[in-house]
Each structure stands twice: as structure tokens, then as C-alpha cells.
Design a protein around this ligand. Structure first.
Ligand code: UD1
Length: 429
């Protein structure tokens, strides 16, 4: 097991290249189950969530060939099972996309309930409602979801709540259903659009992704294709915050600036400078930061997956900031770790009240989940002294080569082996 050791105080400067989007990759890889031929996927991020998803597909019989570090070919023709057991799904929330993809392929799926980051209750009622509206029966027995249909038929699917996962799962099930599916109150995240573009590249007929009404005309067959995944919005946002928080000056390359607007807006409100180019943003930190309020919301609102990182800047901003979590019930667990570093924060339900302090000081802390782990790194980068971050397995799930990327920007950060058998808590988003 490893931990991170960070000696804080260095300004981040230079350039960093953003990898492909994790949340798009973990939807696109299972979507290849719908194709009748080989799919070549480029700009695949080299992170453990992607490796886990590839492992699941391989276990089902798919052939996966790495062309280079970021390009894979997936041939799902040899797959002959619609059953995915617990050992495969326990590490990965996104394993639930196998339900939609297998239903689309076989009209049948038996998939163990997924693992994933612990943000409180993470229901999948909307996914199941969507499958049922397409004509499937779905039951949960022994923690396995068992969904089946003679055939799936397009239908109107109204999402009671905006859900990324349910929108993607219904899209996967509907692309080969008979007739027209209309998803209303759909999620609009960039990776929903990316998945729609991938499905269309395979011959699907998906329109309206990126708006709250997605229309899908079912087709009989999907073919192989070559597709390049979009850059990771949250990885880019994390480096933007790290650059600003360390009073640095960093050019963040291979991004879609439009996807970063809500993050840029909050950084500018706090006093940082953000300059947009066609496929890059430059972030220049302020010497002192102003407080600001933020509320996380579905896209195009401020992303919940950037809430922990942005809160770190607010711990050293002048004045009092209010951070309101509008997506998850329980996403402030990491605040305890920031308090250990000297932050002054009070949490009341879904609101954190952050009173800015002069500085954070290094401490041993824990990554409670993926984005909480990113926040701990940023806190360590700005803190006086040494911060050690444990449970970094969660960070490895979603950030490619982050130690190397941060070191290239001037951070004093390295991995250190730990020999400690004490069981740790925490969860894998
Ligand atoms: C995805 C992201 C995750 C991000 C989240 C919100 C992936 C792999 N993960 O998670 O990083 O934090 O979007 O942007 O893309 N809900 C229900 N019933 C359901 C499904 C969801 O009530 O059936 C609720 C959830 O409890 C939550 C809200 O809807 O309060 C949003 O969840 P959802 O958008 O589905 O999150 P995920 O797709 O799991």
C-alpha cells in the first residue's frame, strides 16, 4: 500500500496535458457490447476505473488490445454471457452501465449491485424505472439486478430527478429498442454528449444529448467505429484549482473551455485570472483570495465532483464562504480532514460554512473518496509543512499520472510505500 507525501508551499507553474474523461470512458467501454464489430477508442485515460471496466469485459469474453497507452480496440463478438457477478462490480459504481448495455444486446442482464464512492444513499430506482418503461421486468434478488424482456420497445421516460447514470443507462438500453424513446429531464453533462456521439458513430440515432430532451430512434444493428474520448472536465478543473490555490501560473492543455465555465467563473470570483484559448486554459492564482458562495448542481451548474477541491481554496480565502451541496446527501466527510489541517469549517447538513484562515498546516490525512483525495492533495500543496495522504487507491481510480504531472509543475510530492495492516475505511464515484 502507498501513501502520498507532499511538502507544501511550491507554486505550480508550467503546462499540463489533460487525459480523456473518466466518466465518458466508463460508459463508452460497456457501450461496445452493443456493437457487432471492433471498436477502436482513442484518448482512453490510463486510470484504475478504466482498467477495472476493461477487466470486467475481458472476463465476459471480450478481446481487448492496447494499441498504445491511450488507444484500445475492443471486440465484444466473443462475449456470450449476460451475467456479471459481485467480484466484478464491487469496485466500480459505473459497472451498472452493464445492465443497460446487456439489455440492449441480449434483452437480458443479471448484474450485481455496484460499488462506488460513498456519498450517502445512491439509489438506482430511476435506472430500473427506465428499463421497465422500455418493457423489461426488473427485480433485485441476492443483491443482483435481474432485468429481462422479450424485446425492448421505445417509450417516453421522464426522469423524476436529473441523473447522469440513469440517463446513460436508458440510452444504452434504448439504442436498439423498437421505435422511439424520449428521455425527458435528461442529464446534460459533457460525457452524456460524448456517449451519444460514440453511439451515433456506431450507427445509432440519438439526438438532443446535451439538452434535457434526448430522442432515440432504435436501430437493428450497431457497427464498429473509431472514436476519441473528450478531455476530462474534472481533471482539468482540479488542475485549475491547484494552480490558483498555489498562487501559480499553469497552462492546462487539451481541454474544452466551454465545459469549464462554471469552474472558471468561481475561480475568477475568488480573485484568480483565467484566460481561455481554443483548447487550453491558463490559470493565474491571486496572492489573496476573496470568499465566495457556491452551490453544486447538475450540468451546466457547478459540478459536485469539483466541490471538495474548490472548498480548499475557500479555506484560505478572506471572509466566510457558503458551500451548498445540491446533488449528494453526504459529500462533506472530507471536511474533518481539512479541519485537521487548520481549516475553520462547520457543516450543517448539505451546507458547509467556511471561515477563511491565514494558512493550512501539513498533517496526516485520508482520501475518503476520489475527489476528496484530490482536495487533500491541493490542501497539501498549499499547507505549511508536510502532508501525508493515505487511502490513495481512490485517487488512482480517476487521475492519470497525477504525481508525475504535479511534479512537472513544480510540486514536491511523491509516493511512499506503507507497511501497515490496520484496516482502512473509505469507498470507491
Ligand atoms: C455520476 C458521476 C459522479 C458524479 C454524479 C453527479 C459517473 C461514473 N459518476 O454519478 O462522479 O458525482 O454523476 O454529477 O459518471 N438518484 C436517484 N435515483 C437514481 C439515480 C440517482 O435518486 O436512480 C439521485 C442520486 O441519489 C443523486 C442524484 O440523483 O442525489 C444524482 O445522481 P447521478 O447523477 O445518478 O450520479 P451518478 O450517475 O451515480
Amino acid at each position: 500500500m502507498e501513501k502520498l507525501v507532499i511538502h507544501g508551499g511550491n507554486r505550480l507553474t508550467g503546462e499540463v496535458e489533460i487525459s480523456g474523461a473518466k466518466n465518458a470512458a466508463v460508459a463508452i467501454i460497456p457501450a461496445t457490447l452493443l456493437a457487432q464489430d471492433v471498436c477502436r477508442i482513442e484518448n482512453i485515460p490510463n486510470i484504475s476505473d478504466v482498467i477495472t471496466m476493461e477487466h470486467i469485459l475481458k472476463n465476459m469474453g471480450a478481446r481487448i488490445r492496447y494499441i498504445n497507452k491511450h488507444t484500445i480496440e475492443i471486440d465484444t463478438k466473443p462475449v456470450n454471457s449476460y451475467i456479471v457477478p459481485h467480484e466484478m462490480t464491487k469496485k466500480l459504481r459505473a459497472s451498472y452501465y452493464l445492465i443497460g448495455a446487456l439489455l440492449g444486446r441480449y434483452n437480458r442482464a443479471k448484474v450485481s449491485l455496484p460499488g462506488g464512492c460513498d456519498f450517502g444513499v445512491r439509489p438506482i430506482d430511476l435506472h430500473i424505472k427506465g428499463f421497465e418503461l422500455l418493457g423489461a421486468t426488473a427485480t433485485v434478488e441476492n443483491a443482483m439486478i435481474n432485468a429481462s424482456a422479450d424485446h425492448l420497445t421505445g417509450s417516453a421516460v421522464y426522469m423524476d430527478k436529473v441523473s447522469v447514470g440513469a440517463t446513460i443507462n436508458v440510452m444504452l438500453a434504448a439504442v436498439k429498442a423498437r421505435g422511439l424513446t424520449i428521455i425527458e429531464n435528461a442529464a446534460k453533462e459533457p460525457h452524456i454528449v460524448d456517449l451519444a456521439n460514440f453511439l451515433n458513430a456506431m450507427g445509432a440515432d440519438v439526438r438532443g444529448a446535451g439538452t434535457d430532451v434526448i430522442k432515440i430512434h432504435g436501430v437493428n444493428e450497431l457497427h464498429g467505429c473509431t472514436y476519441s474520448i473528450i478531455p476530462d472536465q474534472i481533471e482539468a478543473g482540479t488542475y485549475m484549482v491547484a494552480a490558483a490555490a498555489t498562487h501559480g501560473d499553469v497552462l492546462i492543455k487539451n481541454v474544452i473551455p466551454k465545459h469549464l465555465e462554471s469552474i472558471s467563473a468561481k475561480l475568477i470570483e475568488c480573485g484568480a485570472e483565467v484566460i481561455e484559448y481554443d483548447d487550453a486554459v491558463r490559470v493565474i492564482g491571486a496572492e489573496t483570495f476573496r470568499h465566495c458562495n457556491l452551490k453544486t448542481m447538475p450540468h451546466p451548474g457547478f459540478p459536485t465532483d469539483m466541490q471538495p477541491q474548490m472548498s480548499v481554496i475557500l479555506t484560505i480565502a478572506q471572509g466566510t464562504s457558503l458551500v451548498s451541496e445540491g446533488v449528494w446527501d453526504n459529500r462533506f466527510r472530507y471536511i474533518d480532514q481539512l479541519i485537521r489541517m487548520g481549516a475553520n469549517v462547520q457543516v450543517d447538513g448539505k451546507i458547509a460554512v467556511i471561515q477563511g484562515v491565514e494558512e493550512l498546516t501539513g498533517a496526516p490525512v485520508r482520501a475518503d473518496d476520489l475527489r476528496a483525495g484530490a482536495a487533500m492533495i491541493i490542501a497539501g500543496l498549499i499547507a505549511r509543512g508536510t502532508t501525508e495522504v493515505e487511502n490513495i487507491i481512490y485517487i488512482d481510480r480517476g487521475y492519470e499520472d497525477y504525481v508525475e504531472k504535479l511534479r512537472d509543475l513544480g510540486a514536491d510530492i511523491y509516493r511512499k510505500e506503507i507497511h501497515d495492516d490496520t484496516p482502512r475505511t473509505g469507498a470507491a464515484s
